[in-house]
Design a protein around this ligand. Structure first.
Ligand code: ZN
Length: 259
């Protein structure tokens, strides 16, 4: 693997990551990501080109706004770096299993994982799962599954998606929207569409397990009241990523364990 290719991808990912930061903070407020300049969260001053260089500006400014000297959110450089790493790992993954449609599969996985990242942060920060990203995931999943050389027909993915969505819809109705948001219903549907069966089961199982674990820890630490809602989207997305890459191995391990 050429180091230059990976370095170029990493840099490209960092630049894309700075756009994802814009989406994370604007989509939940219904603001257009294309209009209006980026500004400091504290003093509202418009930021100049020099303040907006991904990662580097944050380092050179010492993590502080040039104008009001208040601390800039660590979210910006973290999301940029994570996106850079994401591009590198996705590329390494698709080139390892490379069959046909290599470029298309890599590109569409970039789009899917970027959408994951935006939904993860938007749900964590604002408890909102932006519809724009859900639509992106529907299209991405369909293209991904069409371009995969597998024996599984596209209908199985669609049925899995509808099944996962209905399962969450039942929880949503039964808890009167207090246990889950409607955004979680939509997210379950697209994750089913993306992963298919039985990977979706593994993803949701991991999500409930880690979600319950983290909630318990937060309640013990008295950070959250029992009734306070903890965003479930981030757990579902983490479960989906693990299931996508390791679902086959987890299933194998589990079946061996049962014997
Ligand atoms: Zn400022």
């Amino acid at each position: 693997m050429e180091v230059f290719t990976l370095l170029a991808l990493f840099t490209f990912g960092i630049v894309v990551g700075s756009f994802l930061n814009v989406l994370i903070d604007r989509l939940p407020q219904g603001e257009s990501p294309w209009r209006g300049r980026s500004h400091c969260d504290h003093c509202q001053k418009n930021l100049a080109m020099l303040d907006l260089i991904p990662v580097l500006s944050f380092i050179f400014l010492g993590g502080k706004c040039r104008y009001c000297h208040k601390a800039l959110s660590i979210q910006y450089p973290v999301i940029e770096l994570v996106t850079g790493l994401l591009f590198v790992f996705t590329f390494l993954y698709t080139s390892q299993i490379s069959t046909s449609n290599f470029e298309l599969r890599t590109l569409v996985l970039f789009i899917i994982f970027c959408s994951f990242l935006v939904i993860f942060m938007a749900d964590l920060k604002y408890q909102i799962i932006p519809d724009e990203m859900v639509i992106m995931l529907v299209l991405g999943s369909l293209i991904h599954n069409f371009s995969t050389n597998s024996n599984i027909s596209i209908y199985q993915y669609i049925v899995t998606g509808i099944g996962a969505g209905l399962f969450f819809l039942v929880i949503f109705i039964a808890t009167k929207g207090r246990g889950m948001g409607f955004g979680d219903v939509k997210l379950a549907l697209v994750l089913g569409l993306f992963l298919g069966f039985p990977q979706i089961i593994i993803a949701l199982y991991l999500a409930f397990l880690t979600g319950a674990g983290v909630s318990l820890i937060l309640i013990i630490l008295k950070k959250k009241k029992l009734k306070a809602r903890i965003a479930f989207g981030p757990f579902m997305l983490s479960g989906a990523v693990i299931s996508f890459f390791y679902g086959g191995r987890i299933l194998q391990w589990y079946l061996n364990f049962l014997r």
